[in-house]
Write a protein that binds this ligand. Structure first.
Ligand code: ATP
Ligand code: MG
Ligand code: MG
Ligand code: MG
Length: 563
């Protein structure tokens, strides 16, 4: 590509709204342009990066046996009513009506649609297992869109869904997907960790997130450097929330039922399976109403009907926004940031009100959450008590904490959607069975931001070859003034292109300083500077993005250096 025919638009200063290095650099390098909150245009240079990520994801998904399709972004409400999520998904779901006044939503995820496809297509065990994926634009009306494309409202996701006759088959595909994810993130050159993630009562090793390690990450990971065990602290909290707690200033409210004695009981009793939204539910406890925060998207019917009949009825359900209003809390404070992954049942409504409004500092400290503001880091000692399945068996091991950016998530859904939507097949004996399901997501657009968050310096972005918009930049010193330089630059450009190398020839009529600075800002991994002086000896200046100085190399050797 010739820069004169392309479109580069770089900025000296990042707009003031940008906080994270990746967000600042993506704006400065002109990768993205903001349209509105959480909505970004991928400019040509950014789009090339996005496509590179997408290509690696696609290649590895195909290699792992997943088959690509694409589903509509707009989805009919009926499917979401069938799964129960129309009511339960809350405000992250963007709802709309068509001209006939029918309800639709813009898909934040596609479990319902793919299950509908499969239930109509698959009749027999002979057609299973199946694994479909798509790379598609999702919309989630995030309570707090921020950090550019890191937490956008419209973003690109690769989502895959697998269908099986039995759990063993699901587990095999889950492992295949897990391995494919490792290959994807390895190829992208990211420093990441697969971590055990919240599965609620689904059990087994049912869910893993792929976390890119970065101090600015919104997630906190606890890991054991000796055993390698790593988990999102959300998991620790959700699975074992009954940590001994300091005396509360407000009386605890117990839920009296024969089956439910502890919060952990309650979590499994509610069958809280995990998708990322946090829901608030008010149940009538013996000492008054109890606010339950459950992270999950199980159906309202599940909660109301058999799964909860041990708890005093009737239940009332409250949307987070209504609870915020009732407590006079700042809108959005009861959101995924503040209540991330938490299941809290042992609170009176009054105590909860104090926590939400920040009146009770002790409570905030105990729970490790700074309500509605930033998530505070839990104490390491606390985590040692609550981490389930910690393989340091003597309890002597150290747990370390670090922050991560969730770039992928694999999940054993089991029969949650197939049951609700009656996705069944006939087994060998002609008996009807419900399919087992898995789902596997990758934040394609988030990966670009996460990679930059890990790789930048004072001069700009540092891309790996795999993700760079162009692998090499040719910077001629005087393209418009020196025939020799122009001829050499054009020849090298043609040679590299012919060798299949992604090359940007910066033939813009700008000062050399501008050309050099732009190439560094946009993060091109290799640079070749061509000038009259070097050409006299047949040499050019070659420099990799992280090198502190250039080396003089024969023009004829450049292609071999880059390949
Ligand atoms: P998060 O915890 O960051 O909100 P999530 O758990 O809600 O993410 P999933 O439902 O697991 O997300 O979706 C699969 C992947 O999509 C995530 O691992 C993440 O990489 C990406 N993703 C989710 N929400 C966003 C967003 N708002 N902007 C960009 N990427 C996102
Ligand atoms: Mg998450
Ligand atoms: Mg989310
Ligand atoms: Mg997730």
């Amino acid at each position: 590509m010739r820069a004169s025919q392309f479109f580069l638009s770089t900025l000296k200063e990042a707009p003031s709204e940008a906080e994270l290095p990746s967000h600042k650099l993506m704006l400065r390098a002109g990768l993205i342009k903001r349209l509105a909150s959480g909505l970004y245009t991928w400019m040509p240079i950014g789009f090339r990066v996005l496509k590179k990520v997408e290509r690696i994801v696609r290649e590895e998904m195909e290699r792992a046996g997943s088959v690509e399709l694409i589903m509509p972004a707009i989805q009919p409400a009926e499917l979401w009513q069938e799964s129960g999520r129309w009511e339960f998904y809350g405000k992250e779901l963007l709802r709309l009506k068509d001209r006939h006044d029918r309800d639709f939503c813009v898909g934040p995820t596609h479990e319902e649609v793919i299950t509908d496809v499969v239930r109509k297509e698959v009749k027999s065990y002979k057609q299973l297992p199946l694994n479909f994926f798509q790379v598609q634009t999702k919309f989630r009306d995030e309570v707090r869109p921020r950090f550019g494309v890191m937490r956008a409202r419209e973003f690109v996701m690769k989502d895959a869904y697998s269908f099986h006759t039995d759990f063993d088959s699901l587990k095999a595909t889950y492992q295949t997907m897990y391995d494919a994810y490792c290959r994807i993130f390895d190829r992208l050159g990211l420093e990441y960790r697969p971590v055990a993630a919240d599965t609620g009562s689904i059990g087994g090793t049912g869910s893993h997130e792929f976390q890119v390690l970065a101090d600015s990450g919104e997630d906190v990971i606890a890991y054991c450097p000796t055993s390698g065990y790593a988990a999102n602290v959300e998991l620790a909290e959700a699975v074992a929330p009954a940590t001994p707690r300091p005396a509360a200033s407000a009386p605890m409210c117990k839920v009296h039922t024969p089956k439910v004695k502890t919060i952990a009981d309650l979590v499994s009793f509610l069958n809280v399976d995990i998708k990322a939204t946090v829901k608030a539910v008010v149940v009538n406890g013996s000492d008054g109403p109890v606010l339950l925060l459950v992270r999950g998207d199980h159906t309202l019917n599940e909660l109301k009907a058999e799964k909860i009949d041990g708890i005093d009825s009737p239940l009332t359900f409250a949307a987070p926004a209504d609870i915020e209003a009732a407590f006079g809390a700042r809108p959005g404070s009861l959101g995924p940031v503040g209540f991330k992954g938490r299941v809290i049942a042992d609170r009176t409504v009054a105590a909860m009100a104090d926590m939400i409004t920040g009146a009770n500092e002790d409570d905030q400290h105990y729970t490790g959450v700074n309500w509605g503001r930033d998530v505070a880091e839990p104490e390491v000692a606390d985590l040692r008590n609550v981490l389930p399945g910690d393989p340091s068996p003597d309890g002597q091991g150290e747990l370390a904490l670090c922050r991560g950016i969730e770039v992928g998530h694999v999940f054993q859904l089991r029969t949650k959607y197939s049951e609700a939507l009656s996705a069944t097949f006939l087994d060998r004996d002609g008996k009807s069975q419900v399919m087992e399901m898995g789902c596997y997501g990758i934040g394609v657009s988030r990966i670009v931001a996460a990679a930059i968050e890990q790789n930048f310096d004072e001069r700009g972005i540092v891309f790996t070859d795999a993700m760079a918009p162009f692998t090499v930049g040719i910077v001629p010193m005087g393209y418009h003034r020196s025939e020799t330089v122009k001829a050499a630059a054009d020849a090298l450009y043609a040679e590299l292109k012919a060798a299949g190398i992604d090359v940007l020839l910066d033939d813009r009529d700008e000062r050399p300083g501008v050309l050099l600075a732009d190439g560094e800002l946009i993060g091109l991994p290799h640079r070749v500077v061509i000038g009259d002086r070097g050409l006299k000896e047949g040499n050019v200046e070659y420099q990799q993005r992280r090198d502190s100085a250039a080396t003089s190399v024969p023009l004829a050797d450049v292609a071999a250096l880059i390949r």
